[in-house]
Ligand binder design. Structure first.
Ligand SMILES: Cc1cc2nc3c(=O)[nH]c(=O)nc-3n(C[C@H](O)[C@H](O)[C@H](O)COP(=O)(O)OP(=O)(O)OC[C@H]3O[C@@H](n4cnc5c(N)ncnc54)[C@H](O)[C@@H]3O)c2cc1C
Length: 287
């Protein structure tokens, strides 16, 4: 039976040396996708266990950007209070990734590299204009935009960088799955906005699970921009969300229910974004 050689480098230097000297290198971090989803493990080459590599995990809130190491666990993201102050949507997305056990193992780099359409962290990272610091197969480094990352590139995601100038003051995440809790998203949505004195300024919205990558909900963004938080703009926002979903998945059977479901999800997202209860009477007037 073929099997890969397993390597467990303990620091970045040893990892880089491995990547420079071995020709076929595969990575495993938390193993929640690679080992649990039943996907085929590589049968040859070197399987590098990233979980013990010193210097690849951690959250650093810098003046110019937020840096999150590639092997930082989803639980660490969920629990980081400083990060929540700056980008609550990422905290909320992390808190809704699987169970406690999954979050304790699952990593940010694994979520990005696995690139599932329903991955919960990616829509937030996309809205934040995330950049990735990569280690390339030969051992060199590179930096690219999140949307330029190719899953099969063989590159290691060493760090995720979120430029602070791209973040808007309010952000939120919401998802809808086949059950209320511990569910894979059928649709997820992230929002980032300026919101003060009951009025929106700039608004950015992205949805996951509608295609291979998150899509921007441009019509809904336009409708909400510079509007008051009031029934009429919210009603127009929901109409625009349905149109955005129609445009994203034309001809797909799921379009019929997703274009309706996205409206409820949209209101959950607005409630989170504006710090309201989902049962606020404002929402009764809209639906
Ligand atoms: C029961 C269950 C529930 C789940 N629920 C959710 C959920 O609600 N939301 C959600 O988004 N996901 C969910 N997942 C998926 C999974 O937990 C996440 O995608 C997780 O973030 C993957 O990280 P990992 O470290 O476990 O990846 P691994 O399984 O270790 O690796 C996954 C892939 O990424 C590659 N990889 C890992 N790290 C790196 C790196 N630093 N650089 C380059 N490539 C790398 C590996 O080679 C592999 O191809 C769930 C999984 C399970 C089993």
């Amino acid at each position: 039976m073929n099997a890969p050689v397993v390597a467990r480098p303990s620091d970045l230097q040893a990892l880089k040396a491995l990547m420079a000297e071995r020709s076929s290198v595969h990575f495993v971090a938390g193993g929640t996708d690679l080992l649990l989803s039943g996907r085929q493990l590589p049968s040859t080459g070197t399987l590098v266990d990233l979980s013990g590599v010193d210097g690849l995990s951690g959250i650093d809130l810098r003046e110019t950007d937020i840096r999150i190491g590639g092997t930082t666990t989803v639980a660490a993201i969920e629990m980081h209070t400083g990060l929540a102050m700056l980008l609550l949507a990422l905290t909320q997305a992390a808190a809704e990734c699987g169970s406690v056990q999954i979050r304790n193992r699952a990593t940010l780099g694994g979520n990005i590299a696995n690139a599932a359409p329903a991955a919960d962290l990616i829509p937030v990272l996309a809205l934040s204009k995330a950049r990735l610091k990569l280690l390339l197969p030969g051992g060199a480094s590179d930096e690219i935009a999140l949307e330029d990352f190719q899953r099969v590139s063989g590159a290691l995601i060493a760090e995720v960088m979120l430029p602070r100038q791209e973040l808007l003051p309010h952000s939120a995440f919401a998802k809808l799955g086949s059950r209320g809790d511990l569910t894979i998203a059928r649709i997820n949505m992230a929002a980032m906005a300026e919101f003060s004195d009951n009025r929106f300024g700039l608004v950015r919205l992205a949805a996951g699970a509608l295609g291979p990558r998150p899509i921007r909900l441009v019509r809904a963004e336009r409708v909400l921009r510079d509007q008051r938080l009031a029934p009429t703009p919210l009603h127009l926002f929901l109409e625009a969300l349905s149109v955005d979903v129609d445009a994203a998945i034309p001809g797909r059977v799921s379009r019929l229910w997703k274009r309706r479901a996205v409206r409820g999800l949209g209101l959950n997202l607005i409630a989170r974004l504006c710090g309201l209860s989902q049962r606020d009477p404002l929402f009764d007037e809209v639906l």
